[in-house]
Design a binder for this molecule. Structure first.
Ligand code: DAH
Length: 325
C-alpha cells in the first residue's frame, strides 16, 4: 500500500478503537471523513500525481475511504445500543460512600462540658472581645500601673494602643458595666500572652472566667460552687484544696488544687471575693454588693483529663490526634 495512505490508515484505526461515545465519534468523523479531513487531504494530493503512480494511489485512498466509512457506520450502531448509565465500574445498587463528618475539637468539647455544669448551677454563658483596652484588661481589674503583667513582655499591644486580652477577666468588667446584679455568668474564650511556645505554653490559649454578684455572696458560696463543679468534672471522689494566693482583682484570693494520682496536688484555677475597687470601677457600691470570681485554663484541664502530654497538639490540626476525641 502507499506509505502516505498507510500512515493515515493506522492513525485512523487507532483513533476509532478509542471512540466510546457519540461525541468522540463525531470528532472522528470530522478528522477523518469530513470536508476538511485528512482523507480529503489525500484526495487533493492525488490530483498532483500522474499515470501509474496516480492509479495506484487512487486505489489505495479509495479503499481506505470505504474502510473508514464502514467502520464509522459500525461504531455508530454499536454506540446507539449503549445503555445510558453504563460507566465502567459503576454499580448503582451499591451503598454510597459516606462523607466523613467533622467532630468537635477537644478544647471546644471541654468548654461545652464546663459550660454545661455551670449552666445547671444557673450561670449564663457570655462572650467578650479579644482585642481590648488597658482599662478592661488591667485598670478596672485593680491592676496597678507598675504591675509586671502590663509589660510588653507579658501582653501583646497593638500599634494603636489596644491589646490582645491576656485574661478573660475583662468580661467581668464588661458584664458589670452593662447590667445590674444579681449576676451569674461564665465567659469562655481565647487569651494571648507573648510566651515562648513549648509543651506547656502557647502564645494563645483558652480560659473560662466565672462571676457571681448579688447582695450577699460569701466565700462559702464560692467554695460550694467550686466543689460541686470540680467533682462534677473530675469525679465525685476528687480531693480539693484551697490555698491562699494573691490576685489584684480579688480579696481574699485563693488558688484551688485537685489531688491527682501520680502527680500530687495540681493547681487548677484561681478565685476569690471580688475586690471593692473592681466594684467601684464599674460603678457598683461595694457596700451593697458582694461577689466572687474565678478563672481557669481550658487546655490544662483538657490535658489532665485526657492525658495529653503537649499543648501544641491542640493547634496542629493533625487528624490522628483530633480523631481520638
Ligand atoms: N485572670 C487570672 C489569670 O489569668 C485568673 C483568675 C484568678 C481569674 C482569680 C479570676 C480570679 O476571676 O478571681 O491568671
Amino acid at each position: 500500500m502507499e506509505p502516505m495512505v498507510e500512515d493515515l490508515a493506522r492513525e485512523a484505526r487507532q483513533f476509532l478503537s478509542r471512540v466510546d461515545s457519540s461525541i468522540a465519534l463525531e470528532d472522528f468523523r470530522i478528522a477523518y471523513l469530513g470536508k476538511k479531513s485528512k482523507l480529503n487531504g489525500l484526495m487533493e494530493h492525488l490530483k498532483t500525481l500522474q499515470g501509474e503512480e496516480r492509479r495506484l494511489f487512487g486505489i489505495a485512498a479509495n479503499a481506505l475511504k470505504k474502510e473508514l466509512e464502514a467502520a464509522f457506520e459500525e461504531k455508530k450502531s454499536s454506540l446507539g445500543t449503549e445503555r445510558p448509565v453504563s460507566r465502567p465500574g459503576f454499580d448503582p445498587t451499591l451503598a454510597g460512600v459516606r462523607p466523613s463528618l467533622g467532630r468537635i475539637h477537644p478544647i471546644t468539647q471541654t468548654i461545652q462540658e464546663i459550660s454545661g455544669i455551670f449552666r445547671r448551677l444557673g450561670f449564663e454563658r457570655v462572650d467578650g472581645p479579644e482585642i481590648e483596652t488597658e482599662f478592661y484588661n488591667f485598670t478596672a481589674l485593680n491592676i496597678p500601673l507598675d504591675h509586671p503583667s502590663r509589660d510588653g513582655f507579658d501582653t501583646f499591644y497593638t500599634s494603636s494602643g489596644q491589646l490582645l486580652r491576656s485574661q478573660t477577666s475583662t468580661v467581668q468588667i464588661r458584664v458589670m458595666q452593662a447590667r445590674k446584679p444579681p449576676l451569674r455568668i461564665i465567659a469562655p474564650g481565647r487569651v494571648y500572652r507573648p510566651d515562648a511556645v513549648d509543651a506547656s505554653h502557647s502564645f494563645m490559649f483558652h480560659q473560662i472566667e466565672g462571676l457571681m454578684v448579688d447582695e450577699s455572696v460569701t466565700f462559702s458560696d464560692l467554695k460550694g460552687i467550686l466543689h460541686l463543679f470540680l467533682r462534677e468534672l473530675f469525679g465525685a471522689d476528687t480531693k480539693i484544696r484551697f490555698r491562699p494566693h494573691f490576685f489584684p482583682f480579688t480579696e481574699p484570693s485563693v488558688e484551688v488544687d485537685i489531688r491527682w494520682a501520680q502527680k500530687g496536688w495540681l493547681e487548677i484555677l484561681g478565685a476569690g471575693a471580688v475586690h471593692p475597687n473592681v466594684f467601684k470601677a464599674v460603678g457598683y457600691d461595694p457596700k451593697s454588693v458582694q461577689g466572687f470570681a474565678f478563672g481557669l485554663g481550658v487546655e490544662r484541664i483538657a490535658m489532665l483529663r485526657h492525658g495529653i502530654p503537649d499543648i501544641r497538639l491542640f493547634y496542629e490540626n493533625d487528624m490522628r490526634f483530633l480523631e481520638q476525641f
